[in-house]
Design a protein around this ligand. Sequence first.
Ligand SMILES: [Ca+2]
Ligand SMILES: [Ca+2]
Length: 376
Amino acid sequence: MTHVCKPFSHHGLALSASALCLLIGTAACDNATGTARADAQVRDEAASQLAEDLPPPVTSPEDTELARQEKDVFEALADQPVRLSFTVQVQDQPVNYQRFFALALPGELVEFDIEVPPDTEQPFTFELPDAGESLTGEAAIAWKAPDEPGHYRLTIKDPNTGEQMEITLFVLRPLDEKEDGVLNGYRIGEYEDVPLAGNPVYNKPAGLVEYTEDMEGLPISPHFTIDQFLCKQATSSDVKYLLVQPALILKLEQLLENVNARRGVEADTIFIMSGYRTPYYNKSIGNVPYSRHVYGDASDIYIDEIGNDGVIDDLNDDGEITRADAAWLYDMAEELDNTALDIGLRQGGIGEYGANAAHGPFVHVDTRGAPARWGR
Ligand SMILES: [Ca+2]
Ligand SMILES: [Ca+2]
C-alpha cells in the first residue's frame, strides 16, 4: 500500500513518511420540456437533456417548521468565525471554513493537506477525540476511516492563532449491502448500472451516509446541517440514507455569502427544498433517472430569511414574490458558476422555476462538473 502522507516541509522538519501518517482503522423540477427553451444559456443539446425534470414536493407546514428549527441552530453557531486564515485541502478540495465534512468508505484513506500560512511558528495539531489520539508537527495526514459506518470528528488546530477547523468524517454504508432495493429497512431503489454517456459523475455511488435521529441539526459547514439534505420520501425506518457532496456544500456556502453581501443582510442558511433523492423516490415523482439529486450534488433552493414562511423572499426588492425573485437568485448562481473554476469550486447546472400549485419560485443548483442552464 502506498501511503499518501506528505512531508511537512514548512519548517524543514524531516519526519519520516510513516510518522506523518495517522491510521486509526480500528478506532474509534418543473417540466423542462415545457419550460426550458434552447437559447444562448443552454450550452449544448446534452446540457438541456440533463435538465432536472420534475417539480419537487409541495412546500408544507413541515417545511416552515424545519426552516424555523434551522434558524435556531444557525443562530447558536453565529458567534463563530466562518472562515479561517488557513486552508486545508480536504480530499483535494480547498476548504477554509471553521467546520466542514468528508465522505469515506470503511477503511478508506482520507487525505487532509494544510496550506500552512507563511511565518507560522508552532506546528498545527490534529485531534481525534473519537480515537483518543492527537498528533503534532504535520501538515498532512491520511486518516484511515474506521470500519464502522457513522460519523467521526477531526479537529485541526493552529496553535499560533487559536483557530481550529472541525471536520466531520462520514463513514459510508456500502451500497452493496442493499438487498432488493432496501438498505437497513430504508428503501433506496436502484441506481443505473451504466453511467450516462460514460461520464464518471454518473457512476453508481459506492456508499451512502447513514442518518440516525441523533444527527438532527449536525452541522456539515458553517451554514448547513446534514438533515437539510434528507430525501423527502415517507418511511417508517429509524435509519435513513443520503448523499451530499462536499463540492455542492462549498458552492452553496459561497452562493450564500455572495447573496448576503449583495443584499446587505445575513441570511443564516439557504432553504433546501429538495436535496438528496433516493432513486426510488426520484422515480416515484417521475424524474429523469440520471437526476443529479440521486448523486447527492444537486439542490432545489431559495432564500427564506424573511418570515421563514416557506416561500422565497422578495430578493429583487420590487414588493412582490414572483418568478423574478428566482431569476435574481439564478443570476447570482450563474455569476458564481462562471467563476467557479477560478476559486476552486465545481461548475454545474442551474435551472429557474416559477411558482405553480405545488411550490413557490426556486432555483436548481448542482455541481455536475460542467455548465448546464435551463428554465429561461
Ligand atoms: Ca420568505
Ligand atoms: Ca420580488
